[in-house]
Design a protein around this ligand. Structure first.
Ligand SMILES: NC(=O)c1ccc[n+]([C@@H]2O[C@H](COP(=O)([O-])OP(=O)(O)OC[C@H]3O[C@@H](n4cnc5c(N)ncnc54)[C@H](OP(=O)(O)O)[C@@H]3O)[C@@H](O)[C@H]2O)c1
Length: 252
């Protein structure tokens, strides 16, 4: 099995890459930080293929697909995980930074998915994994552009599942709540400290990675983690009501 993980150099993507390497899969690791990728890939020796690419760069974003398939065979699982976050007042966000986020968190996974689907559909097999966010279900005040990108990705992902099922392709949509990572720490630090959010349930990348790999193997439609946040999918209005009242103000 050949699994491609974008954003494999840290956090959730690193954990997913390590989980698949531990399960004996061939893994292509894509991100910008070469040393991180090579350190993680060492766990898989010849079963790992490193791609150093800035996915925000229009040329580099898709140029690696042929090389990855030449190295490790046809792509069986594409994990669209690479992402960035901006936690800032909407009006104070630099437009170039906002466009970069919308490109990386929304356009890139959609484009990569369509390119890889064209290879999976004729073979009649494959899985697309989209790492969205709880922000897609319960948009968080202070994350204007991130909410938009993740809601767009989740909607595209959920709608694609039935479209490609008849071709033997499965789609897993992942909704992480807070999960320990560089992105999560930076996001949390952008808010004033508030008792209401200090102790919110927070997961680990390793547990999420196991849930993702299990969902792919068992053809589950989605992963919500930490599991506490499952209620938000069934009670989105109540969740929004709570988030609007409990989210602390942004610093500054
Ligand atoms: N942690 C959470 O609480 C949480 C919650 C909901 C959703 N998520 C989502 O989970 C995904 C992973 O985030 P994380 O929490 O694991 O954060 P992270 O540790 O910051 O990981 C982000 C990954 O994306 C890669 N990346 C960023 N910009 C890139 C670019 N231009 N080109 C290629 N790769 C790029 C980074 O690699 P390089 O810097 O090496 O390029 C890194 O590997 C993201 O889509 C995020 O939105 C996370």
């Amino acid at each position: 099995m050949h699994v491609v993980v974008t954003g494999a150099s840290s956090g959730i993507g690193e954990a997913i890459a390590r989980e698949y390497l531990a399960r004996g899969a061939n893994v292509t690791l894509v991100a910008r930080r070469k040393e991180h990728l090579e350190r993680i890939a060492a766990a898989g020796a010849e079963r790992a293929h490193v791609v150093v690419a800035d996915l925000a760069d229009a040329e580099a974003a898709w140029a690696w697909i042929d090389g990855a398939e030449n190295a490790l065979g046809p792509i069986d699982v594409l994990v669209n995980n690479a992402g960035i976050q901006i936690v800032k007042h909407a009006t104070e966000t630099d437009w170039a930074a906002a466009e970069r986020l919308l490109h990386l968190d929304l356009h890139v996974p959609l484009r990569l998915t369509t390119l890889v689907l064209r290879r999976m559909i004729p073979r009649g097999t494959g899985t697309i994994v989209d790492v969205a966010s709880m922000a897609a279900i319960a948009p968080t005040p202070g994350m204007y552009f991130y909410n938009a990108a993740k809601a767009g990705l989740a909607a595209a992902s959920e709608g694609l599942r039935a479209e490609v099922k008849k071709h033997g392709v499965h789609v897993v949509t992942v909704y992480p709540g807070p999960v320990t990572s560089e992105l999560e720490a930076a996001g949390r630090a952008a808010y004033e400290d508030a008792a209401a959010t200090r102790n919110v349930p927070t997961g680990t990348p390793e547990v999420l990675a196991r849930l993702v790999a299990d969902a792919v193997a068992k053809k589950r439609p989605r992963v919500i983690y930490p599991r506490t946040y499952g209620f938000a999918r069934h009670f989105p209005n109540a969740t929004r009501w709570a988030l609007d009242r409990l989210t602390p103000p942004l610093k500054g």
